[in-house]
Design a protein around this ligand. Sequence first.
Ligand code: COA
Ligand code: AMP
Length: 638
Amino acid sequence: MSLYQQTYQQSVENPETFWAEQARRLPWFKFPSTILSYDDQQHARWFDDGELNICYAAIDYHVEQGRGDQPAILWDSPVTQTKQAITYQALRDRVAQFAGGLARLGVTKGDRVVIYMPMVPEALIAMYACARLGAVHSVVFGGFAPHELAVRIEDAEPKVVIAASCGIEVDKVLPYKPIVDQAISLSSFKPDACVVFQREAHRAELHEGDHDWQTLVADAPFADCVPVKATDPLYVLYTSGTTGKPKGVMRDTGGYAVALAYSMEAIYALNPGDVMFTASDVGWVVGHSYIVYAPLLRGCTTIVYEGKPVKTPDAGGFWRLIDEYKVKSFFTAPTAFRAIKKEDPDAKLLANYDISSLEHLYVAGERLDPPTFHWLDDLLDVPVIDHWWQTETGWPIAANLPGIESAPTKAGSATFPVPGFNVQILDRDGEQTDPMQQGSVVIKQPLPPGCLTGIWRDPQRFHSAYMAAYPGYYLTGDGGYFDEEGYLFIMGRTDDVINVAGHRLSTGEMEEIVGAHPAVAECAVIGIHDELKGQLPIGLVITKDGFDGDEATLEAELISRVREHIGPIACFKQVLVVNRLPKTRSGKILRKLLRNIADGKSFGIPSTIDDPTSLEDVHAAMCERSVGASGQAKSLDV
Ligand code: COA
Ligand code: AMP
């Protein structure tokens, strides 16, 4: 049996012993005597009576251990032409002082704080400061529009909102404060205060109840780390579900810290003092886990990059950072490499840099498509590791594990389940499938430490979304299969969630917005294949009887509605007015079939269809407007 297999088996057969051992990595205030217990819904609770503070474990502890002079954060911002190194000691002081400022505003243990900031060190400082006080942060990605921010404020009920005055995209400065102001006015819940970090590119106008970050910290006392229970929430991170209401994924403190610390060794093969570069955003789970918390828990240096894979200033940006900061593990989304490949197909810019420090390259957020895998694999001398995870799990469910034992890579596979995750593939009847047979990917209870502990204020939704489909298993929402050698292949979502440039979006939410237009009788939003972004949403719309407006104007209005509601990252840019939508006799729109047609796959007309000619109509409309690869789709006789 391989070392990986031994470790994996121990983890699933004897989880308490396994995780008690891993928990020893952390500086607990009180080491837990109970390792695994269950709540009244039979969901796992880890390290119930343990006490710790994750800010202490990630920062203060390392200062005490003599790492004070090591950089904790390296900020590199090509969009502002700025670089900054912050040592562990300096970070401790800045976090403690900002936490002191927050405490003055009345923030205490258990209070929520919403953070709406771009990739600046202050975003991390704000998160650590909340953790220091035992407050629960909820970071909202800067690409979300006021409405999305308002929904999150309404649900999380934060005492304070922390924002930057602006974000900076490649060629534009985006004022954030008006978005925050509009969101607060849309929300029926009103926070007590808003703290604004002013940036030179655009200073925000402050109103009553607003506090300037610098003024707030100027004479604030240093705040101590507040001990919290392992099961106390560290953060709520909203993610797209199948409806318009995002799910507030709740993360505990102790289980998360243990899982992240374990992953830094087992998956990312990093030692204290090493440099990790995760090119994502603090608004996503990848940012929470592998920009903010995990690298520092391990005593590493984390890079905060305010730039893009291309155009800041060119497709060599990532190679530059790896060279300049001697990065050992690099992690980003496949879409970023597709963007680089598009601009620099032969990676000529790589020749300008020495990336010999790099030992492993990791990708996640969407499946690493085989062409991009081969491009990277041919280009680089290091293992290219596709690993699969979700906002809900907080850390990888399946990966190659060089910190335990590297396995040969297979294109298109996320390799093996990570210790702790008892991954199984079930068919519709809940039976385990044979190798190579696709099914629903589930995780047998108990979920390991680090995974969601619930949906904020909605235990019923937690149960119905994840636990009800197959009792005793967590439903990932992904489809996939194991091959004969136990490699896991994740093939895509089985629900209405799509993945656009590594960003998770709900087509159900877009349908709600499109369907609310007075001229729309019915609609479907589907995710179709896109070379660069993986998927793109497209809307198919039937207008109400009597609609005599201009279709092009309606299409433009629908596009701008989605942009205004969700934000630019929805990338909703194509709408088609059609006469009919193909449905089953029970009235269900045949979305999967529509997707296949748009992706150029040949399609048979299912026997359950209500009106077979509707499918031909939609196909013709898609071809006329050159939607995706619909021109290649052929109707088959079945
Ligand atoms: N704040 C405000 N607006 C933002 C934003 C932010 N933080 N991030 C993106 N946007 C805007 C963009 O400016 C763009 O607006 P536009 O329609 O006015 O041009 C829109 O949202 C779409 O952005 P995006 O999908 O990112 O497209 P892009 O063409 O700007 O960049 C990539 C394409 C592939 C380079 C980029 O998506 C990328 O770097 N992806 C990596 C994904 C990632 O890190 N995922 C996290 C999980 S690991
Ligand atoms: P998010 O919660 O935004 O991280 O998105 C999670 C979803 O992204 C998963 O459920 C998958 O559908 C998809 N995903 C993430 N990483 C991978 C991967 N390595 N391979 C395949 N799909 C992935």
